[in-house]
Write a protein that binds this ligand. Structure first.
Ligand SMILES: [Zn+2]
Ligand SMILES: [Zn+2]
Length: 372
């Protein structure tokens, strides 16, 4: 199916009286966004071709005049054929036309940054609440101290690369939509370093790196959640010479505390009152993250009742203050009664009137509120 060709000015998003500079700018912006090197969008390649074609027509006065007067048809009869072309890598393209170094030199070098490492550390809930420092060890590749990462035997040194004469780059001629142009490629022999290793370093076997154990005291911040990662920038594997090291990550596992349930920044726990304590009232010592808190329960306390200890929950990570501690009341009912106890309860039951057990119907709502 033949597609209707879009207007070239629309494709570049410029007005019809745009000057050459505006057209160039629009193309550069769109190329950076749509080039298949940088965009994962399946539509990007099609759109990039469209943009490249629009630029090709509009940046030259002859083809632009032809297009302005006769449209797409005018170009076709005028012999312009935007056919399949190899537009090269984006950095080649922009480098050749605009002198851009798109990736800030990264793409022009094959020096790789070091890999990342991960270690896991387990802490108690109370430690997560207060914050704690832990020594964590990582198995990392570090730069060889013998050869300082060059991989070359220090006594033999390095040689200038014969392929590129030490420049680290070789020239390549590429044919693209825009014609032929010369780009500089990273030298394949020396990987862009311009140097070759005549004799390998014995300490690292020429790798430039050796396996090592790195121990780091890691500050685990108060309020950390189970499964969160802490990044230690630059503490991972060493990279190639001149490249930056990888990062180390610490995955924090917060062990569950049998006394508490953590609900975000809040803590939930239960307190058990006997049937008579609930009926007559009681005082109870409640464990919290910061020690015991004394609570008074009024006569007639109901199962599922909730007491909120404001600010007694977990510290809020990277924030101010703390969550709350919610205490959920459970009421214990006797499982086993002696003859006498049974008689006492039966006597009690005989004295009950309509007001004694007056329900407020809120049990389910209260339990639900405990877990929000
Ligand atoms: Zn070495
Ligand atoms: Zn070379």
């Amino acid at each position: 199916m033949a597609q209707v060709k879009r207007d070239y000015y629309d494709v570049l998003g410029v007005p019809r009286d745009a000057d050459e500079e505006a057209i160039k700018k629009a193309f550069r912006r769109l190329a950076r966004e749509l080039h298949p090197d940088v965009s994962d969008d399946p539509e990007a390649e099609h759109r990039f071709r469209e943009v490249a074609e629009a630029y090709e027509v509009l940046h030259r006065q002859e083809t632009r005049d032809l297009y302005d007067r006769y449209g797409h048809e005018g170009l076709r009869t005028g012999g312009f054929r935007p056919e399949n072309f190899d537009f090269g890598s984006l950095s080649d393209l922009l480098g050749a036309f605009f002198g851009d170094d798109l990736f800030g030199g990264m793409a022009s070098s094959r020096r790789r940054r070091g890999g990342d490492v991960v270690a896991e550390v387990a802490v108690e809930l109370s430690e997560a609440a207060s914050g704690v420092t832990r020594e964590v060890s990582f198995a990392v590749a570090t730069t060889c101290t013998e050869c300082r990462g060059s991989g070359a035997d220090p006594s033999a040194g390095l040689e200038i690369c014969s392929q590129c004469g030490g420049a680290g780059r070789v020239q390549r001629t590429a044919r693209t939509l825009f014609g032929e142009f010369v780009t500089a490629q990273v030298c394949g022999r020396c990987n862009g370093s311009g140097k070759l290793v005549p004799k390998r370093c014995e300490a690292c076997g020429g790798d430039g790196r050796i396996a090592d154990e790195r121990r780091i005291d890691v500050r685990i911040p108060a309020g950390i959640h189970d499964g969160q990662r802490i990044r230690l920038t630059g503490e991972g594997h060493s990279g190639d010479v001149g490249a930056r090291a990888g990062d180390a990550y610490v995955v924090v596992r917060v062990a569950p505390d049998p006394r508490f349930v953590r609900d975000g920044d809040d803590i939930v726990s239960t307190v058990e009152l006997t049937m008579t304590e609930a009926a007559l009232g009681a005082r109870r010592s409640i464990p919290t993250l910061e020690g015991e808190v004394e609570l008074t329960f009024e006569p007639g306390t109901q199962p599922g009742e909730l007491r909120v200890l404001r600010g007694k929950g977990m510290p809020i990570l990277q924030g101010r203050g703390r969550g709350h501690h919610r205490v959920l009341v459970n009421v214990l009912v006797p499982r086993r009664l002696s003859e006498e106890q049974r008689r006492l309860l039966e006597d009690f039951d005989a004295s009950v009137d309509g007001d004694t057990y007056r329900s407020d119907g809120g049990f389910f709502e209260r339990v639900r509120a405990a877990f929000r």
